[in-house]
Design a protein around this ligand. Structure first.
Ligand code: UD1
Ligand code: CA
Length: 455
């Protein structure tokens, strides 16, 4: 059967107290609405329409990579009105429309599937996704008749005392037969405590017309909606623990899941060990059998197999297999480090390539450089890439030994198999096979202390 989906995302989200539209707030690195879109798509529903209103431009921009269509709800007159604004999207279609909320990022692909499967298998005109809550708070209540059939949904603000006590709540997510929904939207009114056109009233109308209304219940974690920053933290926590569990199921060792923060698109190989305080963000990929000791931030980093990283930051860079990084290294964007390399403590590398087997063990800055294989950087080496106006490039060959506390003034080239004496300031090319010494000769002034101070 034909399937499509509508996501309601026109509301302002006042309680978020934010300049960013509510649905663009991120949960584990991805905007809430994009979680919803991606899960709908994974469940096999291709055509997605998002109802936008408040912050429409930003929401459109934040979802543009998803290739969806939009309906505009200029004034927020309720969830029923929001769906009316998507009438053009639905008109002429026959089949099932699933409706989701942009602030419910925890809905899973499996649940989207079981909701539509149930709806279609049972031949329902409407199927509600519900949940049972110990404390049902402000959610709409599912009111069933003596036979256990769903009669209607009553909003919390419109509940009588008995209805308020009902524990089964409306997730705000449903499936509808498209024609049945279109025929009902015109019958909605706003005679309620919030003077809004409630989508939830469609249920009672359909039931009154003798149509079949179904409901399936899911765990409350899946339907938790985010209306405030506090609820955003709850959603993050739920998503985070799902992500950590998925990686552990795949064979990753996470020492303390409660202090491990992994974004939803991160990939990690099996037998990698993750110590507390790791933050793995964006499109980071970590290989197999790596050790991430405590306190790293890896953002859009690609890490090979058997790499060890400790207390370091790696941004938009690649690290080859068997390499060790840190403690306290700072690898900045566009860096490519080879395999079997060593990047040690207090080393900063920016926009540079470092060849296989090269060691940069301590207190060194390398920026805008190409470094070959099996080089050794002495402690305190600085690639002086900036002259105050422009950034310039340094090229270093293979098997270069750079003595401690050297400066390489860019642009400059150091050829293969060379040595640079400690304390040198290199401004000219160092030709292959040579030793470069670029420092003042030592002068000893004998008896200087005695002559000056008469000691
Ligand atoms: C809604 C349901 C309630 C359910 C709850 C689940 C109605 C009347 N009530 O209540 O039964 O328990 O969700 O979270 O449907 N939106 C628009 N346009 C509008 C109003 C809302 O696009 O005019 C969007 C919002 O951006 C949001 C979603 O619809 O993404 C839900 O709106 P919200 O105002 O949060 O509804 P609730 O009062 O929480
Ligand atoms: Ca809500």
């Amino acid at each position: 059967m034909y399937k499509c989906a509508i996501i309601l995302a026109a509301g302002e989200g006042k309680r978020m107290k934010s300049n960013t539209p509510k649905v663009l707030h991120k949960v584990c690195g991805k905007e809430m609405i994009n979680h919803v879109i991606d899960n709908i798509r994974s469940a096999g529903i291709e055509e997605v329409n998002v109802v936008i209103g408040k912050g429409a431009g930003k929401v459109q921009k934040g979802t543009e990579s998803r290739n969806i269509s939009y309906s505009v709800q200029a004034e927020q007159l309720g969830t029923g009105h929001a769906v009316m604004c998507a009438e053009d999207f639905l008109k002429g279609k026959k089949g099932t429309v699933s409706i989701f909320v942009g602030d419910g990022p925890l809905i899973t692909e499996e649940t989207v599937r079981s909701l539509t499967n149930y709806h279609e298998a049972e031949g329902c005109s409407a199927t509600i996704l519900t949940s049972v809550m110990a404390d049902p708070l402000k959610y709409g209540r599912i009111i069933r008749n003596a036979n256990g059939e769903v009669e209607k949904i009553v909003e919390f603000k419109d509940c009588n005392e008995a209805e308020a006590k009902v524990n089964e709540i409306n997730s705000g997510m449903y499936c509808f037969d498209i024609e049945a929904l279109l025929n009902t939207l015109g019958k909605l009114n706003n005679n309620n405590n919030q003077n809004e056109y409630y989508l939830t009233d469609v249920i009672e109308i359909l039931k009154g017309e003798g149509k079949k209304v179904g409901a399936i219940a899911v765990d409350v974690d899946e339907i938790t909606a985010v209306n405030s920053k506090q609820e955003l933290s709850v959603a993050n926590e739920i998503m985070r623990s799902r992500i950590n569990k998925m990686h552990m199921d795949n064979g990753v060792i996470i020492m303390d899941p409660r202090s491990t923060y992994i974004d939803c698109d991160v990939v990690i190989g099996q037998d990698t060990i993750i110590y507390p305080g790791n933050v793995l963000e964006g499109k980071t990929v970590v290989g197999e059998e790596c050790t991430l000791y405590a306190n790293n931030r890896l953002t859009d980093a690609v890490i090979g197999d058997r790499v060890t990283i400790e207390s370091s930051v790696v941004l938009e860079s690649r690290v080859g297999e068997n390499t060790t990084v840190g403690p306290f290294a700072y690898i900045r964007p566009e860096t490519v480090i080879g395999s079997d390399a060593r990047i040690g403590d207090f080393v900063e590398i920016k926009k540079a390539t470092i060849g296989n087997g090269t060691k940069v063990s301590h207190l060194t800055y390398i920026g805008d450089a190409e470094v070959g294989e099996k080089c050794n950087f002495g402690c305190g080496t600085v690639v002086v890439n900036y002259n105050g106006k422009t950034k310039n490039k340094t090229i270093i060959g293979d098997n270069v030994f750079i003595g401690c506390n050297s400066n390489l003034i860019s642009p400059v080239e150091v050829e293969n198999n060379t040595y640079i004496a400690a304390g040198s300031t290199i401004t000219n090319k160092v030709p292959e096979g040579s030793l470069a010494i670029a420092r003042a000769r030592q002068v000893n002034k004998e008896n200087w202390v005695h002559d000056k101070y008469n000691k």
